[in-house]
Write a protein that binds this ligand. Structure first.
Ligand code: SF4
Length: 402
C-alpha cells in the first residue's frame, strides 16, 4: 500500500479500513501522521479553539473485587488501606471544585461489594439536592456491570435508576483494550467483556446519555488489537452517535502486579494520531497530559487532540501507578495559547462555557494534587452501615466495631 495515496485519501475525507490504518500506524513517518491528524482536527474545529473542563476526579472507594493486574489503586476487601468516602467528604470536595469554577465531578471507584445501588442513588440524590446544576459524570461501564450483579438488575435497569437519581453522563473508563484475549490476560475480562462494555455504552446512549470512550494501550496487546479496539468504537459511534470524546493513555506500570515498561512519548503521539484518523465520527480527542506530562500533552495538540481534558484538582489512580502531573487552569491555558490555539472552558457535552475563569475572577491556584483521603486517615464513612453488609470482612467489622 502506498503511504502517499493513503494520506491523500484522508485529506479528501475518505474512511480508512483496517489494513489502511495498520499501514499508516506502522509505516507512515511520524511527521506525516501528525500532519494528517492535525488536518482532520482543523477540519472538525476550524475556529482554532482548544477546550478544557474544570472538574474534580473523585474516587469514592478503592476497595475492589475485580483485581485487574495493571491496577495499582485498588485494595482487596478487608484491607486496612481500604476506604469509602463519606457523603460529607464528597460534598466538601464538590464545594472546593465549585470555588475553582468547576461544573462537575468525575466520580469513579472500585467494585466494592458493600456499596449497593441504593448507596449510589442516595449519594446522587443528595448531591443534586444540594448542588442542582452540578453535573455527575459517573460510573464507568464495569461499575455499572458490577451493580447489575449485586442488585440482580439488568444494565438498562441500573442505568435508568441511576439517571432517575441524578446521573448525567458515563465516563469511558475500564475499556482498556476491547478485545477479550487481552482482557483475560489483564484479569479484567471478569469485570466486563468487550461486548459487555460496549453494550453498557449502547444502553446509555439509547437512554439519552452522552459518554466518553477510552483506550489504555501498552500492556500485552498487539498493534492489531489496538486497531480492533478503535474500529469497535467507530462501529458503535456509527450506530448511536453517543460518544462525545475519545481519550487514550499508556499503561502506567509502577506498583502493579503486571509490571513491565511504559510506552514512549512518540508511541503515544502516533497512537493519538491514528485514533484521530480512524475515529472519523468522533468530534473530540483529549490530550492525556495526566499520564504523558504537560510537554507531551501540549504536543498532542499537533497530533489530533482538540481538548486538554480536565484541570487536575485531585488524582488517585494514575498517581498510585507512578505518574503525578499537576496543571491548574492557568498552566493549561498557558500551554494551549503557547501552541497557537484559543483556550475555552467547556461542559461535559463539549459546549463552550466561556473564556478562562481566572481572567474573570480570582481563583486559588492549585499547585498540588489533592488525594481521596489523607494518609493515615482510617475513618469509616458513616453512611455505609445504612446498607446491608455483603462481604464477610464488612460483616465482621460491624460486629467487632473495627
Ligand atoms: S482498574 Fe478498576 S476495576 Fe480494576 S482493580 Fe483497579 S479499581 Fe478495580
Amino acid at each position: 500500500m502506498n503511504i502517499d495515496a493513503l494520506g491523500a485519501k484522508v485529506r479528501t475525507g475518505g474512511r480508512l479500513d483496517r489494513a489502511e490504518a495498520r499501514e499508516l500506524y506502522l509505516h507512515a513517518p511520524t511527521a506525516l501522521l501528525g500532519q494528517l491528524a492535525d488536518e482532520v482536527r482543523a477540519r472538525k474545529h476550524p475556529e482554532g479553539h482548544v477546550t478544557y473542563i474544570i472538574d474534580r476526579n473523585v474516587n469514592y472507594t478503592n476497595v475492589c473485587v475485580a483485581r485487574c493486574n495493571f491496577c495499582a489503586f485498588y485494595r482487596p476487601v478487608g484491607s486496612s488501606e481500604g476506604y469509602v468516602l463519606g457523603f460529607e467528604e464528597i460534598f466538601r470536595k464538590i464545594e472546593e471544585t465549585i470555588a475553582l469554577g468547576g461544573v462537575q465531578l468525575l466520580l469513579q471507584g472500585g467494585h466494592n461489594p458493600d456499596l449497593p445501588i441504593e448507596w449510589y442513588e442516595d449519594l446522587f440524590r443528595a448531591i443534586k439536592q444540594r448542588y442542582p446544576t452540578f453535573k455527575l459524570h459517573a460510573l464507568s461501564p464495569p461499575e455499572v456491570i458490577h451493580l447489575t450483579r449485586t442488585s440482580r438488575l439488568t444494565a438498562p435497569q441500573v442505568i435508568e435508576r441511576l439517571i432517575a437519581a441524578g446521573l448525567d453522563s458515563i465516563p469511558g473508563g475500564g475499556a482498556e483494550i476491547l478485545v477479550d484475549r487481552v482482557r483475560k490476560l489483564l484479569n479484567c475480562y471478569g469485570k466486563a467483556s468487550a461486548d459487555e462494555w460496549l453494550d453498557v455504552m449502547r444502553h446509555a446512549h439509547q437512554h439519552g446519555l452522552r459518554t466518553t470512550a477510552t483506550m489504555m494501550y501498552g500492556t500485552v496487546e498487539t498493534i492489531d488489537e489496538r486497531l480492533e479496539h478503535l474500529f469497535r468504537l467507530r462501529d458503535v459511534q456509527d450506530e448511536t452517535g453517543g460518544f462525545t470524546a475519545f481519550i487514550t493513555w499508556s499503561y502506567q506500570p509502577e506498583h502493579t502486579e503486571l509490571g513491565g515498561g511504559e510506552a514512549t512519548g512518540l508511541e503515544y503521539l502516533r497512537t493519538l494520531a491514528i485514533a484521530r484518523l480512524v475515529l472519523d465520527n468522533f468530534d473530540n480527542l483529549q490530550a492525556s497530559w495526566v499520564t504523558q506530562g504537560g510537554k507531551v500533552g501540549q504536543l498532542s495538540l499537533a497530533y489530533g487532540a482538540n481538548d486538554m481534558g480536565s484541570v487536575m484538582i485531585e488524582e488517585n489512580v494514575v498517581r498510585a501507578a507512578g505518574a503525578s502531573y499537576c496543571m491548574d487552569e492557568i498552566e493549561i491555558v498557558r500551554n494551549i495559547e503557547n501552541a497557537g490555539f484559543v483556550a475555552k472552558r467547556r461542559n461535559m457535552h463539549y459546549e463552550i462555557l466561556g473564556d478562562p475563569i481566572f481572567r474573570e475572577r480570582a481563583v486559588p491556584r492549585m499547585l498540588h494534587l489533592a488525594v481521596a483521603r489523607a494518609d493515615g486517615d482510617t475513618s469509616r464513612a458513616p453512611e455505609v452501615v445504612n446498607y446491608p453488609a455483603r462481604s464477610a470482612a464488612e460483616k465482621k467489622a460491624r460486629l467487632t466495631g473495627h
